[in-house]
Write a protein that binds this ligand. Structure first.
Ligand code: NAP
Length: 357
């Protein structure tokens, strides 16, 4: 049954989960409509991959002349969105590197577009999922009715929560080295990264391209990051580990922005004031579920609850979840893409079971 004015599948989110769901739904002739989002504080369309440099662990993308492939695949009018080539990665005079986050997700988007996915650059600000048809309410384009909705809105970076941290956001404090690290204010200056996971190591390593020194501040004395990432941080001569410390205050003034960070040693309570012009916070993530206004069941951290083992069904009929918005454990591009595929297949089967074909 094809109904006027009622979408079969609406996908919310434009990271690997959203685009994978779109590719599968489009190839199943479900004519998906995907809401890509708009730039927000700490969040941009294309999801967290857009904040990432080289992605070395996405299968199918070994190091090579990635840019030639990306430029031949992605529509020319989106080439402006491609990041600069990583410096010093060449072989036989050609670029030679692992796919960058933006390139990877632009390729996914192109693949979804090639199969007819319709994309709207808007945010969904509310939903009505109490009865069929489901409704998604966008900020600028009105309300859309749908038989199924796939929530793939991902997660965003956490901040420490200090008032002084807030005060210096965009003037020294950031949660995205890839977005902000190359800014003139950070060049050849001491910078600081907070956290001990893969993101913190990635941020710190990336920042060594610009900084005179990078202090990595961690509340314990061992990193949570994977072994290969740990080695990268611990062997980088520009990175200095500051173990057993937490940031208590960001210091600076209106004119200069951030100039130093005050930290406390959690073992002996001693205080260290470290002059830095940048503090990059990499202490985990919060799922983007606020727009659901509590209408789907969530766990205690706000991640969507999947209600059937090894399936993507949520607590509402016809609503499926994919990617980091429902995953506080794996949180990888490849697992997000996998669950995006699962959500599209689950939606397709749900539509068939309900007779909405
Ligand atoms: P994460 O693994 O949850 O690490 C968060 C880090 O921040 C931990 O070291 C934690 O300390 C610290 N932390 C949390 N709250 C804090 C607070 N209030 N004050 C100070 N420190 C705090 O998060 P992530 O690094 O963003 O990684 C998330 C997922 O993405 C992981 O699965 C990771 O493997 C993946 N990822 C992979 C790559 C890659 O493979 N290239 C890159 C980035 C992320 P404790 O250790 O003491 O808890």
């Amino acid at each position: 049954m094809s109904e006027a004015g009622v979408e079969k599948v609406v996908i919310i989110g434009s990271g690997p989960a959203g685009w994978s769901a779109a590719i599968y739904a489009a190839r199943a002739n479900l004519n998906p409509l995907l809401f890509e989002g708009t730039p927000q504080p700490d969040m941009i369309p294309l999801g967290q991959l857009a904040f990432t440099t080289e992605v070395e662990n996405y299968p199918g993308f070994p190091v090579g002349n990635v840019r030639a492939f990306v430029e031949s695949s992605v529509a020319e009018d989106r080439h402006y969105n491609l990041p600069p080539l990583p410096k010093g990665h060449e072989k036989n005079g050609q670029p030679h590197y692992a796919v960058q986050g933006v390139e990877l997700v632009e390729l996914m988007k192109q693949q979804a577009l090639n199969f007819g996915t319709r994309v709207i650059g808007d945010d969904i600000v509310d939903v009505d999922i109490s009865s069929q048809p489901l409704k998604v309410i966008s900020r600028d384009n009105g309300t859309f009715a749908a038989r199924t909705v796939i929530v793939a809105t991902g997660a965003r970076a956490n901040y420490i929560g200090l008032p002084s941290e807030d005060k210096f956001k965009n003037r020294g404090v950031s949660a995205c080295a890839v977005c902000d690290g190359a800014l003139p204010r950070f060049r050849n200056k001491p910078l600081l990264v907070v956290g001990g996971g893969d993101s913190a190591v990635e941020e710190a390593t990336y920042l060594t391209n610009f900084a005179s020194r990078v202090y990595m501040v961690h509340r314990r004395d061992s990193l949570r990051a994977s072994k290969i990432m740990q080695d990268r941080a611990l062997h980088n001569p520009k990175i200095e580990m500051v173990w057993h410390h937490v940031v208590e205050e960001c210091l600076g003034d209106d004119k200069q922005g951030l100039t130093a960070v005050r930290m406390k040693n959690v073992n002996d309570g001693s205080i260290r004031e470290q002059p830095v012009v940048g503090m990059f916070v990499a202490i985990g993530h919060t799922p983007n579920t606020a727009f659901l206004n509590g209408k789907l069941e969530m766990n205690d951290k706000g991640y969507l609850k999947l209600t059937k083992p090894f399936r993507t069904h949520t607590s509402a009929e016809g609503v499926f979840a994919a990617g980091d918005v429902a995953d506080d454990y794996y949180r990888q591009a490849i697992t997000s893409a996998g669950t995006g595929c699962m959500a599209a297949l689950d939606a397709e089967r749900w539509l068939a079971a309900q007779g909405f074909e």
